[in-house]
Design a protein around this ligand. Sequence first.
Ligand code: MEV
Length: 436
Amino acid sequence: MQDENFVEGFSKLNKQEKIDWLVSRYLARSQEARSLLERYWHTDKQVQSLHDGFIENTLTNYWLPYAVAPNFLINGQTYAVPMVTEESSVVAAAAKAAKFWYPFGGFRAQVMGKIKLGHIHFLFHGQREKLQHFFEQTRDEFLHRLKPFTENMEKRGGGILSVELEDWTHRLDHYYTLTFRFDTADSMGANFINTILEEWADYMEETYPSYGHPDEMKIIMRILSNHNPGCRVRVTVEAPEDALARKTGLTDYTHRFETAVKIAQVNPYRAVTHNKGIMNGIDAVVLATGNDFRAVEAGAHAFAASGGEYRSLSFVERENGKFVFGLEVPLAVGTVGGMTRLHPLAGLSMELLGNPDAGQLMQIIASVGLAQNFSAVHSLITEGIQTGHMRMHLNNILNQLGATPDEAEQLRLHFANRKAHVRAVKEALNRLRNKK
Ligand code: MEV
């Protein structure tokens, strides 16, 4: 039974018709809702039409702040890194960590590999040897038939690196995969990978009947994997322990820090929050550069759990008076194709970063992830996160409470060294108003 809010052909309505329909069904404050949606339309019609085209059923734009964190010294080069996030303390924390590590030589980052995976998932009901034979007999021919799809990627230094038959029947009856390893050069490569997999699967279905009964083989799915441990970057910062003790005023600073990270390595409850802090930084740069943050999130957490238990993505090493703090994380991102060029602000981000290649972007993103983690753990083992967080959040509270610019200025001064909880801000604002 369909109720009155079931709609057929919604996507075919124009934008105004869509809004009319929604307002009439779901939005009691109809005038307010209409004007809110319209206020977020871009004044430049061309830009708006670009946004309308990104997804289906666009009504308006959902704005998030676009900021930069300067002073990121990464492999000897100083970047102002673009970040998109709604969380108030994230950019401040990244910038603070970048400045902290600058005099120690900044971030040293290294791409560990750029291999991406994709699979054809299928069931096979015949003898394994027969399948192996079919695969070996057809592999080169299929690779050759795919040339029109791989040629361009090969010119850019990428392509299909290998194809293997994998037996998964110990986990699921009759289940096998063809596992493809790809290098997608500077693109994230999702379209390239999925096209190759779909074409190859078609060839399999077309060709198998001359090897065995067509019912023996059933293709189930052809899709890239977002678990790409082979597309990974490592980044570290390091400093003499005594220098850190002097800088922080804490003789046991590095011991506290190491212990906090060790806790995130052994306790999954802490590890998830610890890694969330890392992803605060990573996602913000991934978003600002038009990359797929859901893919990056999924891959990072899968990697964190790949040892059988969910663990910290970052690590600490202390040896011979030296403190090393590092992070290893898979990052399947691109600097060409997709949103990275389609969204004008993503294009601007690339320009800000000196038009990096995919490997350099991986290094920059991981550095911001490590910086974010550093700031979070630093706060947690010292003053706690609420002081800084609430200071940053104060503007939001003041806006919510309708403080005038003059009141806001006075309250910012008042809360410079105090915890700005909503209740405290409300009380201080009332006191200020009562004084007048
Ligand atoms: C908040 O968004 C992130 C932190 O909770 C991360 C952490 O606990 O390490 C501060």
